[in-house]
Structure formats: C-alpha cells, structure tokens
Design a protein around this ligand. Structure first.
Ligand code: GCU
Length: 434
C-alpha cells in the first residue's frame, strides 16, 4: 500500500514537473475513529425536495438528476453519439482452437472513420466452445494490452504507449515480448471458459494512455471539436469517461455477436479500471451486472470517509481521470453533491458486486462495503435485496443478493478467488433473470 501511495506521488512530480521533495507528504489516515463518516447526501430526495417513493419516480426524476451530478462533479459528460458518428468494426482474426481448444478467440478492431486521429481499439473476445447457447460475457479493460491478458503467442503485441516496467515488459514506453501473459493471473480465462462465460477485453491505453498528457493522443483529443485543446473545463470528461466509452463500444460488439448472450453482459474492472467499470455500468444499462474489484476512492469507496486515499490525494496524483470540478472537493468532501453510494444506486435494478481486500487499506474496504449498503434503499424500490446484513462480513465470506460483497485476505489485486465469486454471482443473478 505504501508502494501504491509513493507511485501516486511520483506521478504528481512528473505531471507537474516538480521534484518530489517539493511536494508535502500527504497525510493518510487509517484510524477508523478519525474517518469522519460525514453524513451522506440524500439518495431519495429530489432537488425540488420531494421524497422518492417509487421505482418510477427514481427512474424518471432522481436517477437523471444523479447522473447529471456525477457528470458535472466527478467524471464529466460523455459526448453524445453525434460527436463520434459512425463506428467501424473489422474482424482482425478468428482462432477456433484457442486456449487448447477450450475457446474461439476473435480479434476485432474498432475505429471511428470520422475521427481518424483516434487510432482505434483492439477488442479481444474469447467464447467458450462448449456451450448450449449464446454465452454470457464479462467485459473489462486491461492495464497492459490483450497480449498481456493471455499468453497465446499469436496475439499481436500492443504497439501503444505502455507504462515503463522494471521487469522489462515495456521499454521506451512500448511493450516487449516479456509482457506477454503479464496479466494472466488477473484473467483466469480457462476457468471462465470452463464455466461457460465469454470474456471480452481491450487495452485502456487504446482509448487513452494513462498519464497526464495521455489525452493528447487518445480519444478525447480526437473527439474534441478543435482537436487541440489545452484546457479541460468543468463537466468535460476525463480518462475514466473515455475508458468507460470504450467499454460501451465493446458492448456494441457483443450485442452484434450471435455467440454472445447480450442480455447477460457483466462489466468488470480492477482498481482505476474498477472505477471505470462502475461509471460504464452507471451510464450503459446493457451491462446487467457491474463488478467493482477494489475500486477505492473515486470508485466504490465513500468519499466522505477520510480513510486511505482521499479526494485531495487522488485529484492531485491523477487529475486526468476526472472532470476538473472534482478537484474542488479536495479536503471538502462534504461540499460535493454526490457520494459513491449514489453511483452504486445508479446500477439498480441491475446487479452489482463490490469486492475489497484486507491489505488494501488505501482503497478503504469499509467505505466500499458501506457504499453498497447505503445504496440499498434504491434497490428496495425495485423489490430487490442487497447484502442481507449491515455488518461487513469477515474475509472469505461473501454476502448479498442483488448487491454482492466480499473481502478477501491479501493485497490489492484481482485474483482467481475474486473471479470465482463473480462467476458464481453472475450464474445466480443471470439464472434468476432468465
Ligand atoms: C493508485 C490510485 C488508486 C487506484 C490504483 C490502481 O493506487 O491511488 O486510486 O485505484 O492506483 O488503479 O491500481
């Protein structure tokens, strides 16, 4: 966790062109008695002061208000379809005996003919060969590219910007052969194929390289009317918005694929990509399940709790992830009109699973648990049950009905144990929806 914090500070130093020594040490609190637990904004009271008592009033009045507030204050507004125009999909390859015959692997290149400055996104889809019908699918972005998610040697190495990697997986900000399969531990493809799930993924850097200037060569610059913006304004989208847009384009691909059961799409992400999965799920109702793996601050963790990473820390280290407005709440969480339980609530009446890890105190596991608990009144409007408990369960004891939760032993990561819970949960929730 210390390492995660330090890397954040290092980024600040690079982004601002300052020496690290000039940065004051961020004060990080881990003492629950000092968490503050400020009162949360009201979920079920409209801006006109009316109490929301029905699912209909939630859908028609309160939900759109909350979406607009997240756009304005946290993630920024995703440009409408007119802004990006035609989307083109080109099949770049199909391999029917992938993963030792367990799966069919499809590579699809997504581009915007009207915006050639964007180099497009390479989607990789694995569909289980053994199945009785179209497969439900998990869709999520990776940190290092498709060639890192799977170790199959014929997947093209991503040619995009990569974060430098001490183990030699990236040199001069380009992937090397050493990064093949680097994220395999986070993507148990074989286990998922055996359980009948398809998996769709793409590299987040195809949408926007993850650094302060990444937008200049990513989707955001390509779609901005002047193409050469220097300043992003309050309410305009950040990298999380661009990444989430990519997840929705993956959903487009999946919807058009007869091998996929597009009524049962789960969007998943770890950490910064967990924040992204939550925002994608909030914006795109085609994701019938949203999985937040240790998404922390700016994800599932309540911002009004001062534990681990705070708004002040995250907006300093990673300002490009959010709309500029968000940084104004540094040290002033109580002034923000939303908190993250409202983001979780936007997923209703679909299903959501939130997961934490014991040693991931930076992400505030309790704050992640509480966001789900505090979202329950909205699920209740739809007759849906949440955790079934108000107490955070012990490690290794998952809880929940339409809102699932677990905390596991260990560090910040996406592990096979986590995926097993997601697969079980998806099987149950999707089965109930059939
Ligand atoms: C940093 C950051 C977190 C983020 C994490 C990650 O630790 O502070 O907010 O979730 O990186 O994406 O791994």
């Amino acid at each position: 966790m210390m390492k995660r914090m330090i890397s954040g500070c290092w980024l600040v130093a690079v982004a601002c062109g300052m020496a690290y020594a000039a940065e004051p040490e961020p004060v990080v609190n881990y003492d629950e008695s000092k968490a503050g637990n400020l009162p949360l904004p009201e979920l079920l009271k409209t801006s006109a002061g009316q109490t929301v008592e029905t699912a209909d009033a939630w859908i028609k009045i309160r939900r759109p208000e909350i979406v607009a507030m997240f756009e304005r204050h946290v993630y920024g507004k995703t440009p409408p379809p007119e802004a990006w125009g035609k989307v083109e999909w080109k099949i770049a390859g199909i391999k029917r005996d992938a993963l030792g015959g367990l799966a069919t692997r499809k590579l699809v290149h997504v581009s915007l003919p009207g915006h050639p400055a964007w180099q497009g996104m390479d989607v990789m889809l694995y569909v289980p060969n053994k199945r009785t019908g179209p497969a439900p699918c998990f869709a999520g972005l990776s940190f290092n590219g498709n060639h890192a998610v799977s170790d199959e040697p014929d997947i093209p190495l991503s040619a995009r910007w990569m974060r430098e990697d001490k183990t030699g997986g990236a040199e001069g900000n380009r992937a090397t052969e050493l990064s093949r399969g680097k994220e395999l531990g986070r993507w148990p493809l074989k286990m998922l194929m055996e359980r009948g799930f398809a998996v769709a993924t793409a590299y987040c850097g195809d949408l926007e390289p993850d650094h302060a200037d990444g937008w200049k060569t990513g989707l955001r610059a390509a779609l901005s009317p002047d193409g050469a913006k220097t300043v992003w304004c309050d309410g305009e989208w950040g990298a999380i918005g661009a990444w989430a847009w990519g997840l929705s384009r993956i959903a487009d691909c999946l919807e058009s694929d007869p091998d996929i059961d597009s009524k049962h799409l789960a969007v998943i992400g770890h950490s910064r990509l967990g924040k992204t999965a939550l925002w994608a799920g909030a914006c795109d109702p085609r994701f019938s399940l949203v999985v937040s793996n240790e998404s922390g601050e700016g994800g599932a963790a309540l911002m009004r709790r001062d534990i681990g990473e705070t708004t002040a820390i995250i907006t300093k280290a990673f300002p490009h992830w959010f709309t500029p407005t968000y940084a104004r709440y540094a040290g002033k969480a109580a002034d923000c009109p939303v908190d993250q339980h409202m983001l979780v609530a936007l997923i209703a009446p679909r299903s959501i699973y939130i997961a934490s890890a014991v040693d991931d105190r930076w992400a505030d596991p309790k704050g992640e648990f509480l966001a789900g608990l505090d979202a329950e009144p909205v699920f209740a409007l739809f007759g849906m049950k949440g955790y079934g408990t108000t107490t955070q369960p012990p490690p290794g004891k998952p809880v929940g009905d339409a809102i699932g939760y677990h905390i596991r032993e260990g560090k910040h990561d996406l592990t096979e144990y986590d995926w097993q819970q997601y697969a079980e949960f998806a099987k149950r929730r999707f089965g109930e929806e059939k």
